[in-house]
Design a binder for this molecule. Structure first.
Ligand SMILES: Nc1ncnc2c1ncn2[C@@H]1O[C@H](COP(=O)(O)OP(=O)(O)O)[C@@H](O)[C@H]1O
Ligand SMILES: [Mg+2]
Length: 260
């Protein structure tokens, strides 16, 4: 469904008195394949290039080299207006829903705008469409006229997920979506994402610095370090028989539950 072939993303920075150009190889020769309905966990420590890779897939960041093929189309070859049309097919969910939701919009307005990106909805049908979307992510539709600040962190992340689902995307990239949430809330959001994958046959890239989060969520896991994929395998392979020292270090960093 999605094929990332040998992708490089470089940043160019001019620094110092002589304005020497410095090249930051944030993503360096990454190749990954995702099947339809798959959840890929993309894991690695802060600064390894996870967000850069996700922005490159979304065409929010120019790809220096390589191909990103979504259902047969190389996204890197599209014109700006073609990208704008295709973008409804891939949506993002970010770590901080408070920053990504407009504080002056009610949930109703935010979701209506997101729904109407695909096609206009007649006035009489709007409340039903929004109620269905809110129910799908576990929110009470009675709260549609409330503003983002009136919700808890977990509920706000549900709103952000509803907004991402509204244009009926094929691919969702969630960049650290539970990293700002309490552990008890984290598992509720992870369960919601699993349910949505099963109901809607969504393909998902779930980005996290915390390997423990993707254990039960991801089908496959790619471990990234310094812009490169160090290790790739099924969730069981990564957890049960890690091959690289780096993956073993990440596994060792997961706090163990005390023995009962
Ligand atoms: N806009 C930018 N300009 C220059 N360098 C950047 C930019 N964004 C990220 N970087 C650098 O690229 C590398 C990867 O960053 P990032 O993709 O944000 O990693 P991660 O999401 O894994 O924490 C880091 O060295 C970071 O400093
Ligand atoms: Mg990041």
């Amino acid at each position: 469904m999605l094929s990332i072939n040998n992708v490089n993303v470089h940043y160019y920075k001019s620094e110092g008195l002589l304005k020497e150009q410095q090249t930051i190889r944030a993503v360096n020769g990454v190749s990954l394949d995702l099947a339809k309905g798959e959840i890929l966990g993309l894991v690695g420590e802060s600064g390894c290039g996870k967000s850069t890779l996700s922005r490159a897939i979304m065409q929010l960041q120019p790809v220096t080299e390589g191909e990103i093929i979504l259902e047969g189309t190389d996204l890197t070859k599209l014109t700006r207006s073609e990208v704008r049309k295709r973008r409804l097919d891939f949506q993002m969910v970010f770590q901080d829903p408070y920053a990504s939701l407009n504080p002056r919009f009610t949930i109703y307005s935010t979701l209506l705008e997101a729904l109407q990106q695909r096609r206009p909805i007649a006035k009489v049908d709007r409340m039903d469409a929004i109620a269905a979307l809110m129910t799908r992510v576990g929110l009470n539709p009675d709260f549609a006229q409330r503003y983002p600040h009136e919700f808890s962190g977990g509920q706000r992340q549900r709103i952000a997920i509803a907004r991402a689902l509204a244009p009926e995307p094929k691919l969702i990239i969630a960049d650290e979506p539970v990293s700002a949430l309490d552990v008890s809330i984290q598992s509720q959001i992870l369960n919601l994402l699993l349910e949505l994958r099963d109901e809607l046959d969504l393909t998902m890239i779930f980005i996290t610095h915390d390997l423990s989060v993707v254990r039960y969520l991801a089908d496959n896991i790619a471990v990234m370090q310094k812009g490169q994929i160090q290790e790739y395998g099924t969730s069981e392979e990564i957890f049960d028989t890690p091959k690289t020292e780096y993956t073993k270090t990440l596994l060792a960093a997961i706090p163990k539950l005390p023995a009962a």
